[in-house]
Design a protein around this ligand. Structure first.
Ligand code: FAD
Length: 348
């Protein structure tokens, strides 16, 4: 039973050159053209749990930075907001951002932790800066505990596709602890009335010889909720046969439920659904209120991306399909019979 996981190991980092101080987290706030990423709001909540000061860092071009700063300073738990503007930060790359982080984290830095969502940018940026500072970086954290007496922070993070949980401790002797958080494990920080957060501009560090350049970003448009944050997800697997039946079977159900659409890797690889819809170890990790797995066998790599959903409903012809081991409601049936009937009932 994969839902019962256990603590696998305790690993301690041992870099020694700092003493315990009151925590002060620097949270990298990511946004796309002024809209704050939900993962960054979860990172703020995780940072607040350290029990000290929380500073947000917003970077970007002049068009959006100030509106994002105005939103960030109203978020619960924020004590200050740093912002830096440069054409290089409009589409931030780890290579162009890391010198700014290194400047902010130089010797006189007040920061004890650097926190971000487990985003594509941060997964490259944080380990890069941590390596340059010779301190540890812990990724995909799902819970944390900070001990103010010793300055140590203990993190848990899923490993082996979520089949085990590692407990990792960075002792107080580690000067700056870097970690990325799994968005589904922490509530999004909410706005609050009034704010005393200090706002401070930081000069950008221009990089003239970046080894990478941003060429273009292509955004997949959809009227449905975003898979990563949707409260309901309807996912289809290989059983959906082809792209046409995937769409004609799943989309009416998703629309009736106001749900996002997801897919197994087999469905994505077979071309039924876009890669951005893949749920699982090598896709998106989701934890909605309702997850419907239709014609999905329940391979461990798929379960890694959805087994923390609050209510899992599975429809599969095979009574021995592993998906039923994690399902709260399981139906042994042909999905091509069940789904249209369900849509009809939901429409009434
Ligand atoms: P199948 O395993 O073929 O299952 C299809 C299911 O549909 C069967 O259980 C069958 O009984 C049922 N079925 C058939 N017809 C019907 C019907 N008419 N009505 C009802 N039920 C029906 N997979 C992911 O999903 N996400 C990942 O991120 C991912 N990452 C991976 C990473 C690695 C390194 C590896 C090695 C694999 C990864 N996989 C991932 C692949 C994974 O191992 C499985 O192959 C995949 O999840 C299977 O997809 P599926 O359940 O749609 O297909």
């Amino acid at each position: 039973m994969i839902r019962s996981r256990s603590v696998l190991c305790v690993r301690a980092f041992s870099r020694t050159y700092a003493t315990a101080t009151s925590p002060h987290a620097l949270v990298f706030i990511e946004h796309r053209h002024g809209v704050i990423d939900s993962g960054s709001l979860s990172a703020l909540t995780a940072a607040e749990q350290l029990g000290g000061q929380v500073s947000g860092l917003v970077v970007g071009g002049p068009d959006h930075v100030h509106s994002v700063v105005d939103k960030v300073k109203m978020l619960k738990g924020i004590t200050s907001v740093l912002h830096s503007t440069s054409p290089q930060y409009v589409e931030p790359l780890p290579e162009t951002l890391s010198p700014l982080f290194e400047k902010l984290l130089s010797n006189s830095s007040p920061f004890t932790h650097v926190v971000s969502a487990t985003s594509s940018t941060a997964k490259s940026l944080l380990p890069r800066v941590a390596a340059k500072l010779d301190v540890p970086a812990v990724s995909d954290v799902t819970s944390l505990e900070h001990d103010p007496a010793t300055g140590s922070t203990t993190f848990t993070r899923p490993i082996y596709a979520g089949n085990a949980i590692a407990t990792v401790r960075a002792p107080g002797s580690v000067a700056i602890k870097f970690f990325t958080v799994r968005g589904t494990a922490f509530a999004a920080a909410a706005s609050q009335e009034g704010s005393n957060a200090e706002v401070k501009a930081v000069d950008a560090v221009e990089v003239s010889d970046s080894p990478t350049q941003h060429l273009k970003t292509t955004i997949t448009k959809s009227d449905r909720p975003d898979l990563g944050v949707a409260s309901r997800v309807v996912s289809g697997g290989r059983a959906l046969k082809n792209a046409e039946t995937f769409a004609s079977t799943l989309y009416p159900l998703a629309d009736a439920l106001g749900a996002a659409v997801g897919a197994s890797r087999a469905a994505v690889d077979a071309g039924y659904a876009d890669n951005s819809l893949q749920v699982g170890q090598t896709g998106k990790v989701v934890a909605p209120e309702l997850y419907m797995a239709l014609g999905i066998s329940g391979a461990i790599q798929h379960l890694a991306g959805m087994k923390d959903s609050k209510l899992i409903v599975a429809v599969n012809k095979d009574p021995d399909a592993p998906i039923f081991q994690v399902a709260d409601v399981g139906l042994v049936a042909d999905l091509f019979d069940v789904v249209p009937e369900l849509v009809e009932k939901l429409k009434k």
